[in-house]
Ligand binder design. Structure first.
Ligand code: URA
Length: 255
């Protein structure tokens, strides 16, 4: 990838864009062993060697973290009043963001990255990404309620949820369940149970697409995705292209 020198340095948190321009002017940056004073020169991130005060600066384009979100923290990039999930991650990158949203009181798997293209594909309603939740309820579900939840319930005017998977973990009590949905409407899980007159008292996301929550992560802890998980995501995203292609082909044929 080719990017401007000042962006390269700002992305790697050498300073703000204004600060790095001053650093470059001061002759503190070398590119391939030559001092450069022009902020606009293009750096090839794979081949060029960049030194700041004689120390190499390596460029990392994308970062991917799995966070076990704790309760009481909001899913946002920044907030004037309270801490956000991004405050839990220490990274040099300033362009990280959460992929999707969990409510303040929801815990569990949240993917954090700076790869906008990947996020866009994972959040696309066309992709039908599975989201698996562990749910505790205030009261038991009846057989009839389970069937309604599986088939689709009305959560607002003109909105019926798509078919969902529901597993009962504690039959015959039926207050602890695992729900897998492919949609991601606002407060969807809570509203689905409200539609059958039950209240969610605990909600934890266990899976998101091909990613499973690492059970070794305590609430508030995070780690980088490993090679295996990155491959799984890559494969998963590849399928999106295929699906979109097929849909387009079908549409064309129907026309
Ligand atoms: N559904 C909800 O109701 N809340 C969440 O945080 C996620 C899904």
């Amino acid at each position: 990838m080719n990017i401007r020198l000042d962006k390269f340095l700002a992305d790697m948190s050498v300073g703000t864009r204004t600060e790095v321009k001053k650093i470059i002017k001061a002759g503190r940056i070398q590119v391939n062993n030559k001092v450069v004073r022009d902020s606009s020169i293009k750096i090839n991130t794979e081949n060029d060697q960049v030194l700041f005060d004689n120390t190499p600066v390596l460029y990392i384009e994308y970062e991917y973290y799995m966070l076990n979100k704790p309760a009481g923290i909001i899913t946002a990039v920044s907030d004037l009043k309270e801490p956000t999930v991004l405050n839990l991650i220490s990274s040099v990158r300033k362009d990280l963001f959460p992929v999707g949203r969990l409510d303040r009181d929801t815990v569990g798997l949240l993917l954090i990255t700076n790869n906008g293209e990947l996020a866009h594909r994972l959040l696309s309603p066309k992709k039908h990404v599975d989201k698996k939740y562990y749910v505790e309820l205030n009261a038991s579900l009846t057989q009839e309620m389970c069937q309604k939840l599986r088939e689709g319930v009305s959560i607002e005017k003109n909105v019926i949820t798509a078919p969902a998977k529901l597993e009962i973990l504690d039959a015959p009590d039926c207050k602890r369940v695992v729900l897998t949905i492919q949609e991601g409407r606002f407060h969807q899980v809570k509203r689905m149970f409200l539609a059958v007159e039950r209240k969610v008292v605990f909600l934890k996301r266990m899976e998101f697409g091909p990613l499973k929550l690492d059970e070794n992560l305590k609430y508030g802890e995070y780690r980088r995705l490993n090679e295996k998980e990155l491959k799984l995501l890559e494969e998963y995203i590849k399928d999106t292209d295929m699906e979109e292609l097929c849909t387009r082909e079908l549409c064309t044929r129907e026309l």
